[in-house]
Design a protein around this ligand. Sequence first.
Ligand code: DAH
Length: 349
Amino acid sequence: MKEQVEKLKQEAVEKIESAKDLKEVNELKVLYMGKKGPVTELTSHMKELSNDERKDFGMLLNDLKQELNSKFEEKIKKYEEEALNAKLASEQIDITLPGTKINNGAPSILEKVIEETEEVFMSMGYDVVDGPEVELDKFNFELLNIPKGHAARDAQDTFYLKDDEILLRSQTSGVQARVMLAHEGKEPIRMICPGKTYRRDSDDATHSHQFMQIEGLLVEQDPISLCDLKGTFEEVAKKLFGADTETRFRPSYYQFTEPSVEMDISCFVCKGKGCSLCKNSGWITVGGAGMVHPNVLNMCGYPADKWNGFAFGFGAERLAMLKYGINDIRTFYNVDLREVKNFDRRDSE
Ligand code: DAH
């Protein structure tokens, strides 16, 4: 019996030693130590022995079990460690490598200028409102004192969607009429409306069939004059283009304002001396404006004998081109990150 135990031990130890991987060790463990294995088989012979013999044989078997178990554990531990180390090595991260660059775009320059302009007007109590880009002839022209057949329509030929009635708005001025009608002549109005407009235009460095305007309207019962308009314009110009910016009005003509003006700012490049940006005039035009025409007030439910006010319209692209020195309007629509990134001030803001 004793030799049998020794032989079994030797044989098992050899096999454990030469097992090639964890799977093989585990299989051997089941084979030798399992219920149907030789160790259990030997134990079952115990009952055939005398008391003394049983005691010795019991000790022998215990030794055998302990020895084999510790050999198995040792081997299992070795292979588990090896597997873990291999896994760690394969998943190693080289923290000295530079990280993956995140390409996170930049805000649209046009949107930034519009937001800045909104801030200035909001600080003066103006609401920012929206209007539809697909507009009725009534709002785009008629309620602005431009009846059907009026010559002024030629300069604002646009894209007609249905007959002569539904069109892509050629100006944001129609929002004036919408807002006045919505307020039913009941309360004063201060609003601006930035938005897209469309015209039949040839596309070049300074023209686009689609561009943005920032419309503005102030209507009150207290007397309002061109001085109020001038003061408002001056405030906006200084905030957007710097405190030393000068402003001036030139007489102009719009159907929905009377009198009408062009709004100029002093050229911030040459400070009024004359340069290529201002075409040597020292001044740059940034929009049109005027006192709201009595016909418009009357048609829109704000009787002109009680109400008065001013209106204005800035070209948003023009403001942005001047502010950021952009000389091609198409820069805004190409969405080329290489261009836009140059104007991304987020880091320094
Ligand atoms: N809508 C005009 C245009 O597209 C700009 C404009 C001029 C708007 C005078 C106004 C205004 O509100 O009063 O040329």
